[in-house]
Write a protein that binds this ligand. Structure first.
Ligand SMILES: *Cc1c(COP(=O)(O)O)cnc(C)c1O
Length: 344
C-alpha cells in the first residue's frame, strides 16, 4: 500500500514554497502595508489578492458542503489538472490511466509534462469496468482519470465501478465532475473523508455560467490541498475573479433555474434530433450537451459552419465516428440549429 509520500514527486515533497508578503502576515490589527512593494494609489487594484482566497472558499464551502481546508481553487479546472501531474508524476518514469474517449486536457497535460498516458477504451455503452482500469496500471501508475458525466459522451460512469477503483487502487483517483450540476447522480465530493487519495473536480464554467472568470475547484484531503497550494503560483486567482465568483455563489437559485431550463431544452432538442433522417443515434446524456451519430458528421459540420452555427465535430475521436457534440443553447438558438438541419 503506497502512502501519499510514496506517490508525490520527491522534489515536490521536499519543496520549500515561495513565501509571499501576503502569506507571511496574518492578523487583523495591521493598518499600514509597506511589505509587498505595492503602489499605495489606485485602490483596490494596487493590492495583491488573497493567495488562499479565504472569503471565496468559505462561500464555496457552504454551497458545496465541503470543509474549507479540503478546497483548492485554480485558474479553471485546467490548473488543477496540470497540478496533478506536477505534484505526482515524474517525467519519463510515471504513467497515468484514463478512460477513452474523454476530456482532451488530461492527455495534453500528460504530453506537456512528459508523462506516459494509458487510455482504456470504453465499451459500446460508454462504460468501463474497474477491473480494466486496474489491469492497465503498474507500479508506476500514479493517477487514474475518470470524468463523470463524461465529455464528450455525456453519460455518467457507473458509480459502483468508480467505487471499486477507489477501493482497489492505491494511487490518486481524479473524478472530474465538471457537469455534475446537470446530473441526477450525487457528487463524489460527499465521500472525501472515506477516500483520502480521491480528488474531485468541479468548475464555475458550465452550470454556473462563469467560464470567463476561470475558476475551477479541486476537493480533496487537506494533505493533497496543501501540496497544491505549495506548487501553485502565489496569486493564481485574481481579485476580479474572487469578487465576481462571490457574487455568483450568492445566488445558487439562479443556477438551479438555468439548469432546469437547459435540461428541458436538451430533452426537446434530443427528441427533435431523433426525428431527423440524417441522425442515426443520440446517446443518453446527463450533461448540458449530447453526442449524436449522424450519417455524415464532417459534411453536416461544414454545412452548419456555413450557416454560422458551430457544433463540436468529434468524428476523429475514438468510438465517436460520425458524431457531433451539441451544446444546449437558448430556445431560439436551438430552433435555429434544428431549422438548419431540417433544410440540409
Ligand atoms: C469544461 C470542462 C472542464 C472545465 O474546465 P475549466 O478550466 O474549469 O473551464 C473540466 N473538465 C471537463 C471534462 C470539461 O468538459
Amino acid at each position: 500500500m503506497r502512502t501519499l509520500k510514496d506517490l508525490v514527486r520527491p522534489n515536490i515533497w521536499r519543496l520549500a514554497p515561495y513565501s509571499s508578503a501576503r502569506n507571511e502576515y496574518s492578523g487583523s490589527t495591521a493598518r499600514i502595508f509597506l511589505d509587498a512593494n505595492e503602489n499605495p494609489y489606485n485602490k483596490p487594484f494596487n493590492r495583491y489578492p488573497d493567495p488562499l482566497q479565504k472569503d471565496l472558499k468559505q462561500s464555496i464551502s457552504k454551497v458545496k458542503n465541503v470543509p474549507v481546508e479540503s478546497i483548492f481553487l485554480g485558474n479553471g479546472s485546467d490548473e488543477a489538472i496540470d497540478l496533478v501531474y506536477r505534484c505526482f508524476c515524474r517525467p519519463e518514469k510515471d504513467n497515468v490511466v484514463a478512460i477513452e474517449p474523454t476530456y482532451g486536457m488530461y492527455k495534453v497535460c500528460a504530453d506537456i509534462n512528459n508523462v506516459e498516458y494509458r487510455p482504456v477504451l470504453l465499451d459500446e455503452k460508454f462504460q468501463v469496468k474497474a477491473e480494466q482500469l486496474l489491469k492497465a496500471c503498474n507500479h508506476f501508475t500514479k493517477v487514474i482519470w475518470i470524468c463523470s458525466p463524461n465529455n464528450p459522451t455525456g453519460n455518467n460512469i457507473n458509480h459502483d465501478e468508480i467505487k471499486k477503483v477507489l477501493q482497489n487502487f492505491d494511487g490518486i483517483v481524479v473524478i472530474d465532475e465538471a457537469y455534475i450540476d446537470f446530473s441526477s447522480q450525487p457528487s463524489f465530493r460527499s465521500m472525501l473523508s472515506q477516500y483520502p487519495k480521491m480528488i474531485v473536480l468541479n468548475t464555475l464554467s458550465k452550470a454556473w455560467g462563469c467560464a470567463a472568470l476561470r475558476l475551477g475547484m479541486a476537493f480533496a484531503d487537506k494533505e493533497i490541498i496543501n501540496l497544491f497550494n505549495k506548487v501553485k503560483y502565489p496569486y493564481n486567482i485574481n481579485l476580479l475573479t474572487q469578487e465576481k465568483a462571490l457574487d455568483a455563489l450568492a445566488d445558487p437559485f439562479e443556477v438551479d433555474n438555468w439548469v432546469n431550463r437547459l435540461l428541458l431544452e436538451r430533452d426537446r432538442l434530443i427528441s427533435a434530433f431523433r426525428l431527423l433522417p440524417i441522425c442515426e443515434e443520440v446517446y443518453p446524456t446527463e450533461a448540458n450537451f449530447f453526442l449524436a451519430r449522424m450519417n455524415n458528421a464532417q459534411e453536416i459540420y461544414n454545412y452548419l459552419v456555413e450557416k454560422g452555427i458551430i457544433v463540436r465535430n468529434r468524428n476523429k475521436v475514438s468510438l465517436c465516428q460520425n458524431c457531433l457534440r451539441i451544446t444546449v443553447g437558448t430556445k431560439s438558438e436551438n430552433n435555429e440549429l434544428l431549422g438548419a438541419l431540417r433544410q440540409y
